[in-house]
Design a protein around this ligand. Structure first.
Ligand SMILES: [Zn+2]
Ligand SMILES: [Zn+2]
Length: 466
């Protein structure tokens, strides 16, 4: 069996607010540094990006692609790297649908995955024939409903996948409080049975999703949605596969829950072993609030005060934590959350004892952020960058450092403070000031208990079990 760390959502430089460095050779290079084995191409509906995909990548015959030798970044050309070792690419893209259904405006982001350039080209033709303008952005905005997208994607090939993206963000997602739906059935109609998975997004973690009965028979996926190289892998999904192929990934996602057509070759040993998560408080929409009015509320405060902004009188942006409360079919206690050693890592995983079939997860903070906290300068500063480079050059990929390396090895290269910081992140001994209404949460590894923990009791409990 092989272990595959997959990050299957990101954007190219042709999407809004994305780094100009998000080009294929650079994405490949960053994936190597991070320790990602399988990465999304992103944005293949965009005509120029698709040209770059075809110029830089070649199909391997297993539904995935590899970097062409001539596309190896200049600085690595003499290093003996072999593109046959990966990282490999999966044709993954994202479409933003804006439409009205049931008398309400809906804004839904969906991921489309395909096992071949041929399939992708056909889906592009299908979208264009329905009037979609794919030129304007790497993540195009289309007037098609989620059901119409599903019809296009599955009429090309039932092996394509359609996965609701960052399913809880208030403004642009399946369950979004502002313009989403209450269930997958409502959003996808007769195609709901083909929706095998959701991407949980940065502001929610698996435990929150385990409370949603609509998701009981679906797979939870975590990816970075990165807009720049350093953000790759901030969330990821770890697979264990007999061999790497699109079909093996798809069969794991379609899951033990879904009946397969007769004769389909399927290896039951393939599985997701765990997901790697951001602390959900770090996400931009964890709490409810208004950024311009400086109002931020926890679910218990929202319960007491309601969702009307005391400053401007308009409705607050209802955060993910609150929205999960609204749709939850079971309590957190019913999950019986436990932490125990996660095989193959030095970390403890978070498991639901009541649902042993659900893969566990680990939470951590990206290494650049850890270094930034321990060196007390911004993650973009030169000193953090060179410390990051030193560690990843000498110890291995970021994932191997965070998941596997003993602290004394880290200490030997980067000193006491870095080792202590990584130790604290591993054991969850950190404080996260929750994000809200588009403002990212802030991680503090060394925190002043009195000053920083001005959060309501209920949330303290929520935070403490991590
Ligand atoms: Zn999106
Ligand atoms: Zn307001």
């Amino acid at each position: 069996m092989i272990k595959i760390i997959a990050d299957l959502q990101l954007h190219s430089k042709y999407s809004r607010a994305v780094s100009q460095q998000m080009e294929i050779p650079k994405i490949w290079e960053w994936a190597r540094i991070k320790g990602i084995n399988l990465i999304a191409t992103g944005d293949w509906t965009h005509p120029i990006w698709m040209r770059e995909i075809k110029a830089n990548l070649e199909e391997m015959g297993n539904g995935l692609l590899k970097l062409k030798k001539e596309s190896i970044p200049f600085n690595l050309q003499d290093s003996g790297v072999n593109t046959d070792d990966g990282p490999f690419f999966l044709l993954a893209t994202e479409v933003s649908s804006i439409y009205s259904q049931g008398g309400k405006l809906r804004r839904i982001h969906n991921l489309i995955w395909s096992p071949s350039l041929k399939n992708s080209d056909k889906i592009i033709e299908g979208l264009k024939s329905r009037g979609a303008n794919l030129h304007s952005d790497g993540r195009p905005i289309v007037g098609l409903t989620s059901m119409e997208i599903a019809e296009i994607v599955f009429s090309v090939d039932s092996h394509n996948l359609l996965i609701p993206a960052h399913a809880w963000t208030p403004w642009f997602s399946l369950y979004g409080s502002q313009s989403g739906f209450d269930s997958i059935d409502e959003c996808f109609g007769s195609f709901a049975k083909n929706i095998y998975a959701i991407e949980t997004g940065l502001s929610s973690d698996p435990a929150m999703n385990w409370r949603i009965k609509d998701l009981d028979n679906r797979t939870l996926l975590s990816f970075s949605d990165a807009h720049s190289g350093p953000k790759l892998g901030r969330e990821a999904t770890v697979f264990e596969l007999s061999k790497l192929s699109y079909e093996n990934i798809r069969s794991v996602i379609a899951g033990p829950y879904t009946s397969f057509q007769k004769g389909e070759d399927r290896d039951i040993d393939n599985k997701i072993i765990y997901t790697i998560e951001f602390h959900p408080e770090e996400g931009k929409y964890h709490y409810t609030g208004h950024r311009n009015c400086n109002i931020k509320q926890s679910p218990s405060e929202t319960k007491a005060k309601g969702t009307i902004c005391p400053v401007c009188g308009k409705k607050l942006t209802v955060g993910v934590m609150q929205r999960v409360e609204e749709l939850a079919g079971r309590s957190e206690e019913e999950l019986r959350i436990v932490k125990k050693k996660l095989p193959g890592t030095v970390l403890e995983g978070i498991y639901a004892e009541s649902f042993p079939q659900k893969p566990p997860y680990v939470m951590f903070v990206p290494l650049l952020e850890i270094l930034s906290e321990s060196m007390n300068v911004s993650p973009a500063s030169q000193s953090v960058q060179s410390e990051y480079k030193k560690l990843t050059d000498q110890l291995g990929s970021e994932f191997s450092i965070l998941l596997e390396k003993p602290l004394d090895e880290i200490k030997a290269i980067s000193g006491e403070k870095t080792a202590e910081a990584i130790g604290k992140v591993r054991s969850g001994d950190i404080f996260v000031d929750p994000g809200y209404d588009g403002v990212f949460g802030v991680v503090k590894i060394w925190f002043d208990k009195k000053k920083d923990e001005k959060v309501p009791i209920e949330e303290k409990e929520q935070l403490s079990f991590f």
